[in-house]
Design a protein around this ligand. Structure first.
Ligand code: ADP
Ligand code: MG
Length: 229
């Protein structure tokens, strides 16, 4: 489902003397249906990698294939269509729009791209997901009037509503108490299992790791200290 080869990516422009962060991954393959947890210190590039897999960032060299498609070779319109149709994203900062209700935020993928049809079934799914994650009574509210944990669950609902084949979740339980962490994790795993979707999730919660098929530690992607300068 995800195939990364000889990836290198850097923020900043070295020719202007900027010492930006650099990420190098020689090889990473995630099979369809697999669930993988990304762990590693803050600043080690976990969010950056999710953005590379989503095609929000493009690698400087190497390839990121998702379902066999090299997102960097698609034009903007196709890349957006591919992302909306195949990928669910839970951003670390949620990225909810405060001028829309919670329901309309959950349904946002349908509003930003005509490739998806906003019909009664989509609305039913949105309502059912919100119910399941304990925010069913908050659908008419604006995100600004929700708690952090409720906003996070709204973001998780939005990522799942389209039934994506790849789910990218950046610390999806980072703001949740143990009960809601359980609710969100159960929903992520059940829905991805039911549909055979692939799950890549960043987490700092070590107790959750046994639930994943595989754990990848970003310490392994860091250059050895001698190579840094
Ligand atoms: P993590 O998610 O593992 O905490 P990130 O991928 O967010 O790490 O960031 C990795 C490194 O890249 C950090 O040092 C961060 O400061 C830097 N970084 C992140 N985004 C940008 C950006 N837009 N421009 C420059 N540097 C960035
Ligand atoms: Mg991060």
């Amino acid at each position: 489902m995800v195939q990364i080869t000889e990836l290198s990516f850097r923020y900043g422009e070295p020719e202007r003397g900027e010492q930006g962060f650099a990420l190098r991954i020689d090889e990473l393959r995630v099979a369809a249906g697999e669930s993988v947890a990304f762990v590693g210190p803050s600043g080690s590039g976990k969010t950056t990698l999710l953005h590379l897999v989503a095609g929000i960032l493009a690698p400087d060299a190497g390839h990121v294939l998702v379902a066999g498609e090299d997102l960097a070779t698609l034009d903007d319109a196709r890349r957006r269509a591919f992302r909306v149709a195949k990928i669910g994203l839970v951003f670390q900062e949620f990225e909810l729009l405060d001028y829309l209700s919670v329901l309309d935020n959950i349904l946002l993928p349908y509003r930003i791209h005509s490739i998806l049809r906003l019909d009664g079934a989509a609305r039913d799914r949105a309502g059912a997901l919100a119910e399941r994650l304990g925010i069913g009574d908050k659908l008419a509210r604006r995100p600004g009037s929700l708690s952090q944990g409720e906003r996070q669950r709204a973001a998780v609902c939005r990522s799942l509503v389209t039934g994506p084949s790849l789910l990218l979740a950046d610390e999806p339980t980072g703001n949740l108490d143990p009960v809601n962490t359980g609710l969100v994790l159960d929903a992520l795993f059940e829905l991805t299992n039911e549909s055979g979707a692939t799950l890549l999730a960043v987490t700092h919660n070590l107790e959750l790791l046994p639930r994943f098929d595989r754990v990848i530690d970003f310490k392994d992607f860091q250059p050895p200290p001698a190579a840094r300068s």
